[in-house]
Design a protein around this ligand. Structure first.
Ligand code: ZN
Length: 62
């Protein structure tokens, strides 16, 4: 309970939305939870990198 601004439930809630947001392609970075939670911000960055490298793999196959 060192970080009262980031409640575990808020993270769980965000991560559930994240699945829907990534699939729908909506602006993840606009989510207000990312402004208060570095952990989830890092998670989004990871997801972006994964989806981008996946795109690169498909794009560069000859
Ligand atoms: Zn979070």
């Amino acid at each position: 309970m060192k970080e009262p601004e980031t409640e575990p439930t808020a993270c769980e809630d965000f991560q559930q939305r994240l699945t829907v947001l990534t699939q729908s392609g909506e602006g993840l970075y606009r989510d207000s939870h990312l402004r208060i939670c570095q952990g989830c911000s890092a998670l989004v960055v990871d997801l972006e990198m994964i989806s981008e490298s996946a795109r690169n793999v498909f794009g560069s196959t000859e």
